[in-house]
Write a protein that binds this ligand. Structure first.
Ligand SMILES: Cc1cc2nc3c(=O)[nH]c(=O)nc-3n(C[C@H](O)[C@H](O)[C@H](O)COP(=O)(O)OP(=O)(O)OC[C@H]3O[C@@H](n4cnc5c(N)ncnc54)[C@H](O)[C@@H]3O)c2cc1C
Ligand code: FES
Length: 280
């Protein structure tokens, strides 16, 4: 007899924190390994996990690590409220429950052969970092690759060492800008959209991936489209409050879309009329 065991999507896997990195004063990266030391975790760039802090609550967090590296799960989180502030105080050896990976990933195959424009705002670089790792591990499959990254101030820049490394490569163009700089800063000042007109890519053969605050994604998509990138080649990653993470509860509804299962990565042409409206 062929017995099929149904595994509930709501079941948690126990993970242990193996490393904590402070990225900025409110943003931190946790590296996690399965507590049983055996289970393997595979995911695609752009997917997220439901992360459970025991006794506090469960929240969606994107995976920020390298999808080509087995056995280690990486999450970069900004401490903004109840769950994330407790997570921020956790130390190496602490335990978390993980469900996932969930959601639609960045369209990496669709981008093959095209130029790739990655536009990140603030913590939005975390969900996009796996896309960059993916591209760099198969660099020959993509055209020009451009990363445009904007933060509020120089102190908010994530993954500084890695940005330096990426900037030193000949096959990747990295531009960073800040909204304002109080301390000495020799880089660009201005919002991230100001980098788009001169960025070195062919708009008619480019796939764009954007993650950041909704208003930033809206203006970035408009500017990319103005430069000539077709709307159907622009992708954004949406955030909504989530409870189940798997399309059961309706908490993450965004117009006719459930962000947890139809997203978080969505085609801009499909949702542009929704992100123009603040209240949805
Ligand atoms: C698919 C998906 C992926 C996500 N990936 C990441 C990620 O990689 N890293 C990450 O840091 N966050 C990510 N988030 C956002 C994260 O889930 C929330 O920040 C988290 O749920 C907040 O929980 P909390 O209990 O700490 O805050 P709460 O106690 O629920 O909120 C406290 C206060 O903070 C405000 N707040 C809540 N969320 C945010 C926010 N995102 N930014 C600013 N203020 C906020 C609330 O309005 C409230 O006033 C993602 C969300 C989704 C839907
Ligand atoms: S979080 Fe429950 S349907 Fe999306």
């Amino acid at each position: 007899m062929n017995a099929t065991v149904a595994v509930s999507p709501m079941l948690l896997d126990p993970y242990r924190i193996t490393r904590v990195t402070e990225e900025t004063n409110d943003t931190f990266t946790l590296e996690l390994s399965p507590a049983d030391g055996r289970s393997r975790f595979s995911y695609q760039a752009g997917q997220f996990n439901m992360v459970y802090v025991f006794g506090v609550g469960e929240i969606p967090i994107s995976i920020s690590g390298d999808p080509t590296v087995d056995g280690v799960l990486v999450h970069t989180t900004r401490a903004v409220g109840t769950v994330t502030k407790v997570m921020h105080r956790m130390k190496k050896g602490g335990g978390l429950g993980i469900r996932g990976p969930y959601g639609r990933p960045w369209p990496m195959e669709h981008a093959e052969g095209a130029d790739m424009v990655i536009v990140a705002g603030g913590i939005g670089l975390a969900p996009l970092r796996p896309a960059l790792y993916h591209v760099l591990s198969r660099r020959e499959k993509f055209g020009k690759v451009v990363l445009l990254y904007g933060t509020r101030s120089p102190e908010d820049i994530l993954f500084r060492n890695e940005l330096e490394l990426w900037r030193s490569r000949f096959d990747l163009d990295v531009f960073v800008t800040v909204d304002h700089a109080l301390r000495p800063w020799r880089g660009n000042v201005g919002v991230v959209t100001t980098l788009i007109p001169k960025a070195p890519f062919d708009p008619h053969s480019a796939v764009a991936m954007i993650c950041g605050p909704e208003v930033m994604m809206r203006y970035t998509a408009l500017e990319l489209h103005k430069r000539g990138v077709p709307e159907y080649d622009i992708f954004i990653s949406m955030e909504r409050n989530m409870e189940c993470g798997v399309g059961l509860c309706g908490h993450c509804q965004f117009g006719p879309t459930f962000v947890c299962k139809d997203g978080p990565v969505l085609n801009y042409s499909r949702v542009k009329h929704l992100i123009a409206k603040r209240e949805i």
